[in-house]
Design a protein. Structure first.
Length: 296
């Protein structure tokens, strides 16, 4: 009986990892579409369109029943929805002021710190160290090094704030996933974020009406970059711990590099591919050792 329980727990964890990887992949594909829409809608307008359209789609599919929200649940929903809004808004605000590699590196200080704080075994620290090494190889400047003095300080602050939002998203998302089914939790969180981002959406409405094809593309971005990944994230959060999520989410630079290579034909140097492999090894090692621990 105990072996069957262990096998079920192992399968659940592997499914959760698959959901998380699928969500990251969908986000990256949506990001390649969003990149072409920045000149028309701007970064803040694109965030407003993406989150608000995703909320409308989710509300059409999963409508929370009356009485779903209690005072206790609202206290958790508000920071969860706010973290979704802050995480996305600050990322794009930073992206127009700093190079992508710098933004990603600064943003990842959030989940990486969470992973390190949650460590209880020396092996966990090894995986976290391998992630740090991979990020260094993947994101380090190539060619003339840009000094910190030349970086936009507002962009740096926005990227760090996005990382803080990511930490809150992980911590509150794991608790939301235990209170609601994954689609309902995602719908509630996305709707809360959409309300907060309405000021970003409203100025884009005239542009959408005069550019319907680009508006349709923005709808695709909403599905790929918000609706699908957040549902898959929530499904993963029902099984994985915050520490596991913090390390596994570090796979995003790897899948971002792969999506850039496949969809945008962005070639990587040998050193950056080594960084990609380091992150993949750390993520796989964390899952396998966690699974091994549950089997004993």
């Amino acid at each position: 009986m105990s072996s069957q329980v262990s096998s079920t727990e192992s399968n659940s964890q592997l499914k959760a990892v698959g959901c998380l990887i699928g969500g990251i992949s969908s986000f990256q594909i949506g990001a390649t579409l969003a990149k072409g829409l920045f000149p028309l809608f701007g970064p803040t307008g694109m965030v407003g369109l993406r989150v608000c359209l995703a909320a409308v789609i989710l509300l059409c599919i999963w409508r929370p029943t009356p009485g779903t929200l209690t005072v206790e649940r609202l206290k958790l929903l508000l920071p969860y929805g706010a973290s979704v809004a802050i995480m996305n808004f600050c990322f794009y605000v930073a992206l127009v002021r700093l190079p992508l590699g710098v933004v990603v590196a600064l943003e990842f200080t959030g989940p990486l710190t969470l992973a390190l704080v949650g460590s209880r075994r020396w092996l966990d620290l090894c995986w976290a160290g391998l992630v740090v090494a991979g990020l260094f190889l993947l994101l380090r400047p190539e060619g003339p090094t840009v000094g910190l003095a030349s970086l936009n300080l507002f962009g740096v602050a926005a990227a760090l704030l996005s990382g803080c939002g990511w930490v809150v998203y992980i911590l509150t998302g794991t608790r939301m996933g235990k209170m609601f089914p994954a689609p309902v939790a995602t719908t509630l969180g996305m709707s809360t974020a959409a309300i907060l981002l309405l000021p970003c959406l409203i100025p884009t409405i005239p542009t959408v009406l005069t550019h319907p094809w680009q508006g349709g593309a923005a709808l695709s971005v909403a599905v790929l970059s918000s609706a699908v990944p957040y549902i898959l994230d929530m499904m993963a959060m029902r099984t994985l711990s915050p520490r596991d999520l913090g390390i596994l989410l570090s796979m995003e630079p790897m899948l971002g590099a792969l999506s850039g290579f496949v969809f945008l034909h962005e070639a990587l140097s040998a050193m950056r591919w080594m960084g990609v492999l380091c992150i993949a090894a750390a993520s796989a090692g964390n899952v396998l050792t966690g699974r091994q621990k549950s089997l004993h």
